[in-house]
Design a protein around this ligand. Structure first.
Ligand code: SF4
Ligand code: SF4
Length: 152
């Protein structure tokens, strides 16, 4: 089994629809706003509630303003939001499903080569997903294999 290795293809930092921008927790929004202010721009966002937790849809049209096209990298990699850290894992709060985005080039290439892709391919991204779910559900969430474990 191959561990996910980002191909730095840029696709997940480009948004053709602003409603597909990353979800931010409140502290992440504050951090991203401050980072944007330091660089002389502002960000747009829309408030949402997931499971009673206030979160924000970061409205991005085109490339993320923190994406550097020359180096093909995120310029806030160390402090990027959990939604970016967990990609290509996605979470659907309406169904409780964790999905693996086929829009990620590594995922598409791996599937096209005939290999299976499961959550075990994404050890680092699973940790970010666990952090995000723990914050949304206010319990410690640990994911093992393809199962969920919730414990206080
Ligand atoms: S914060 Fe970084 S990883 Fe997230 S969309 Fe922007 S450039 Fe991409
Ligand atoms: S789409 Fe996948 S491979 Fe491409 S930059 Fe994003 S995470 Fe990396």
């Amino acid at each position: 089994m191959r561990v996910f290795q980002c191909l730095r293809c840029d696709e997940c930092c480009y948004f053709d629809n602003e409603e597909r921008g990353p979800i931010l927790f409140e502290d992440e929004l504050i951090r991203i706003k401050a980072l944007a202010r330091d660089r002389g721009f502002s960000i747009r966002y829309r408030e949402l509630t997931i499971n009673g937790v206030r979160v924000y849809r970061w409205l991005i049209k085109g490339y993320c303003p923190f994406y550097d096209r020359e180096s093909r990298s995120c310029t806030i990699h160390q402090v990027k939001p959990l939604a970016c850290k967990m990609y290509p894992l996605l979470y659907n709060p309406n169904t409780g499903e964790v999905l693996i985005s086929k829009e990620c080039r590594w995922v598409a290439d791996t599937l096209n080569s005939g290999e299976d892709v499961g959550i075990d391919n994404f050890p680092d991204e699973v940790k970010a997903l666990e952090d995000a779910l723990s914050r949304l559900y206010r319990v410690k969430v640990r994911i093992a294999g393809k199962q969920y474990f919730n414990s206080k």
